[in-house]
Write a protein that binds this ligand. Structure first.
Ligand code: DC
Length: 231
C-alpha cells in the first residue's frame, strides 16, 4: 500500500469545500490543506505593502520580498505566516478574497506557491482544497472531487456565515462578489478552475451540510476502503 494518500477537492468559492474537507480530515485522519489560504496570504502581503502593479515582472520582484510559510499546530489546524507573523486571522476579509483571486491569475504567483503545496502532499496524507488541485497541483491524486452548488445557494450560505459574524451585507452584494470570483477563477489562462476529467462531481445545491458530508464520506469509503478491500 502507498505510504500517503491524497484527496483533491476543487470547486468554486462558497461550495463548502473547506468545512467539508475539514470534517473529512478529522474523521478519516488526514491533514486538511487549505490552499486558498496560501493565496490569501500573498494577497494580504500585497495589500499591506500597497502593491498594485499588474506587471508580471514586478509581481515576480514583489514575491521575492515576502516570505510565506505554512505550519500545523498540535490539533492539525493550519496557520499561515508572513515572515514570523501568524496572519491566519487576517486573511478572511472580503478585500483579501478579491485580491487573492486577482493575484492568483498570475502564473508567477502560482509557480511560487506550487512546491509548498506539493511538498505537503509528499509528507502527509492530505485532503487538499482549491481550484486546480486535481488538474495541476496533484494530477495523480487518489481521489478527485469537484464540489459545486448554484450561485444562489452559495450566496445564501455565505450570507448566513457573515450574519453569524455580525456582518451585514446585502444578498445582491454577496451574489456579485461570488460571481466575480467565479468568472475570474474560471476564465483565467493559468490553471483555471475546472473539473479534472477523472474527478467526481458532487453538487450540494439541494443538500445540507450533513447530507453533503455523508455523500463525500461515501465517495472516500468507496475509493479507499471498498476498492482496496480494507473495509
Ligand atoms: O478558496 P479561497 O476562496 O480561500 O481562495 C481564494 C482565492 O485564491 C480564489 O478566489 C482563487 C485563488 N485560489 C487559486 O487560484 N487556486 C487555489 N488552489 C486556491 C485558491
Amino acid at each position: 500500500m502507498k505510504k500517503t494518500i491524497s484527496i483533491a477537492i476543487d470547486g468554486p468559492s462558497g461550495a463548502g469545500k473547506s468545512s467539508l474537507a475539514k470534517r473529512c480530515a478529522a474523521v478519516f485522519g488526514l491533514q486538511y490543506v487549505d490552499t486558498g489560504a496560501i493565496y490569501r496570504t500573498v494577497a494580504l502581503a500585497a495589500i499591506r505593502a500597497g502593491f498594485r502593479s499588474a506587471d508580471p515582472e514586478e509581481v515576480s520582484a514583489f514575491l521575492r520580498t515576502i516570505e510565506v510559510s505554512i505550519q500545523y499546530d498540535s490539533e492539525g489546524m493550519q496557520h499561515m505566516f508572513l515572515g514570523d507573523e501568524d496572519v491566519t486571522g487576517q486573511i478572511r476579509s472580503p478585500e483579501v478574497s478579491v485580491r487573492a483571486s486577482d493575484l492568483s491569475s498570475f502564473p508567477v504567483v502560482r509557480e511560487y506557491l506550487m512546491d509548498m503545496q506539493r511538498d505537503l502532499a509528499k509528507s502527509h496524507s492530505v485532503i487538499m482544497d482549491g481550484r486546480d488541485i486535481g488538474t495541476v497541483v496533484l494530477p495523480n491524486a487518489d481521489l478527485k472531487i469537484f464540489l459545486t452548488a448554484s450561485v444562489e445557494e452559495r450566496a445564501k450560505r455565505r450570507m448566513l456565515e457573515l450574519q453569524a459574524k455580525g456582518e451585514t451585507v446585502s444578498f445582491d452584494e454577496v451574489v456579485k462578489s461570488i460571481s466575480y470570483r467565479d468568472r475570474q477563477d474560471s476564465e483565467r489562462a493559468a490553471a483555471p478552475l475546472k473539473k479534472a476529467d477523472d474527478a467526481i462531481e458532487l453538487d450540494t445545491s439541494s443538500l445540507n451540510f450533513d447530507e453533503s458530508f455523508a455523500a463525500l464520506s461515501q465517495l472516500i469509503l468507496d475509493r479507499f476502503y471498498v476498492e482496496n478491500g480494507e473495509g
